[in-house]
Design a protein around this ligand. Sequence first.
Ligand code: PLP
Length: 395
Amino acid sequence: MFDFDRVIQRRGTHASKWDNMAKLSGITAPDAIPMWVADMDFAAPPGVTAALTAEVQRATHGYYAYTGSWAAALVDWMARRHNLKIDPAWVSPTPGIVSGLGLIMQAVSAPGDEVVVFPPAYHAFRRIIVNNERRILDAQLVERQGRYFMDLDALRTSLTPRTKVVFLCSPHNPGGTCWSADELRALAQLCAERDLILVSDEIHCDLVFAGAKHVPTMTAAPEIMDRLITCVAATKTFNLAGAHVGACIVSNPDLKKRLDARIMASGLGSYNAFGMIATEAAWRTGETWLDALLEYLTASRDLFDRRIEAAAPGARSMRIDGTYMAWVDFSGTGLAPDAVTARVAQRARIYASPGPQFGPGGEAWLRFNFATPRPILEEALGRLDEAFMDLRAGK
Ligand SMILES: Cc1ncc(COP(=O)(O)O)c(C=O)c1O
């Protein structure tokens, strides 16, 4: 019904994944394959294309009227997919989640304050904290039996009076961890004890594989709703990252007022019409597409994990519950991290996200985005196989 195998030429289309690759990675080979930034090489759901086409054909592209239908579509989606009840009055659109995180920090903290992140963690957290003149407080994740765990005892001892905010990524990126209700509750309790605002970035919540379950922090810890901000979006789920629209969900009216004041102060109370139209259509029409996508991604995940571990003896791909990024530890290969990166970049002509970008704990890792049509994925896996061939000699 949906052809995820179809290769769409994205080179030369202002696709950051393809057209920024050479600049960022130094890989100039014309056949280089991008496996870095988190967007997919698949066509969006047909209902999105239809909605955008209708807008384009009307050919009048004036300011967008926020009638509430967008928040209603989000509310319906979260109820259907996550059994989560949200009041549309809690929803503030922002031009993406990362900009939302910046606005939240401005609303609830001051320059010099500390923001907790759980590294290895999504690199833009680090950047937006530093760019807002706040400081990163790393709460190192601990890996046990191929899964990440939060060490809240260690975090408790490192909190200071300047710590004001916690950025949680749920499901976690990288590592694809779906946090359990107990884990979320324990973190929530610590936030309540120490008067911290908990920001739960759940942008990957829809991209969870069979056998795993995303638990919204709102569901796990309703007792801290007054200090909780949940960030969600249709952009990751439906491959609309360029639409740059996200939602901050805040039930505490005072907190919401503070966030909305920052949004208004930055002139962001008027929304990008294309982004709003695309994401509303996605929530309203994209469900069967998403179910089919998840089946496709499950097979791609299994293929990638099996092949990378076979290609580079000693490499270990973390068993992800969600997201479409494989997180691979090369420390067991006997190669230095730079040598691994060089093989992947130069021999395989693949740009994977360098592990150190994700902060402490990522040094020996690479993150590979496998959300690409199977012909491209097969080509990439074949090249990785060759790039590490000598390691297999004599084994
Ligand atoms: C955890 C997380 N949050 C936010 C984003 C990006 O959100 P946006 O493009 O809406 O700023 C990403 C993209 O990869 C992500 O992984």
